[in-house]
Design a protein around this ligand. Structure first.
Ligand code: NI
Length: 258
């Protein structure tokens, strides 16, 4: 199996030893590859994700600035991020985007940091991982305005409507389904999990949050991606093994993971 999006931050899992134990449990559970997202725990989370990827051959990473941290997006900080992406372990920029639910950074700063990262991704020819929460289509408009689709766009932890999923897919984008799909109150996610075209579908844990049933309430980790895989397979009427073949192939293709 493959977990297309996890935050293996040592601050969450009890230091480097804790992260190494999480990777070992994932491997024992049949998760042979993990994408560690270097964004979301402050600017320094990029370097920490890269460190984890360098220690573990089954881990690759992204680097980026989360919309929550957009207030830290100085020109120097962004330049440092983009320079970091030259490392062979870095497969993408992100997660990046807009979050108007928490509004942890002023919206204009979120927009500016998002656009700067999209421009860098085009220059660096790297795919992007998108975080989009309650933006009423603005994230999609910015992706269009910045002509971001050609290097690859992945909507991670997708909780939007099936209609918006279709708009993303029509532009060439990919959709990643998190463990929320296993919750009783999964909203539109069941419909999205059924309707997303097979060649655009990924799954993820978004560890350490959003732990799938039956471990809901515990801290999440990549080993639990199996529960999300099983639920999405059930919704689509295929075996978990068949769906695993598809989501693994899609993840490797999207990230140009070799
Ligand atoms: Ni995330």
């Amino acid at each position: 199996m493959i977990d297309s999006h996890c935050h293996l931050d040592p601050g969450v899992y009890g230091g480097d030893d804790g992260v190494d134990a999480v990777v070992a449990r994932a491997r024992a559970a049949g998760v042979s590859r993990m994408l560690a997202v270097g964004s979301g725990y402050g600017f320094a989370s990029a370097q920490r994700a890269l460190d984890v990827a360098r220690r573990h051959p089954e881990v690759r990473c992204s680097v980026g600035l989360h919309p929550h941290d957009a207030k830290d997006a100085t020109e120097a900080a962004l330049a440092e991020l983009f320079a970091m992406s030259a490392a062979p372990e870095v497969l993408a920029l992100g997660e990046m985007g807009l979050d108007f639910h928490y509004d942890s950074s002023p919206r204009d700063e979120q927009r500016a940091a998002f656009r700067a990262q999209l421009r860098a991704a085009r220059e660096l020819n790297l795919p992007v991982i998108i975080h989009d929460r309650e933006t009423e289509g603005e994230t999609l408009r910015i992706l269009d305005e910045e002509r971001a689709w050609s290097t690859g766009v992945l909507y991670h932890c997708y909780t939007g409507s099936a209609a918006q999923m279709a708009e993303i897919v029509a532009r060439g984008g990919y959709i990643s389904i998190p463990g929320i799909v296993t919750f009783k109150n999964a909203g539109d996610m069941h419909e999205v999990a059924r309707a997303t075209p097979a060649d655009r579908l990924l799954i993820e844990t978004d560890s350490p949050f959003l732990t799938p049933v039956p471990h809901r309430g515990k801290r999440n980790e990549p080993a639990f991606v199996a529960f999300t895989l099983a639920k999405v397979a059930e919704l689509r009427g295929v075996t978990p093994a068949a769906l695993d073949g598809i989501t693994t192939e899609n993840t490797l293709r999207f990230f140009r993971w070799t």
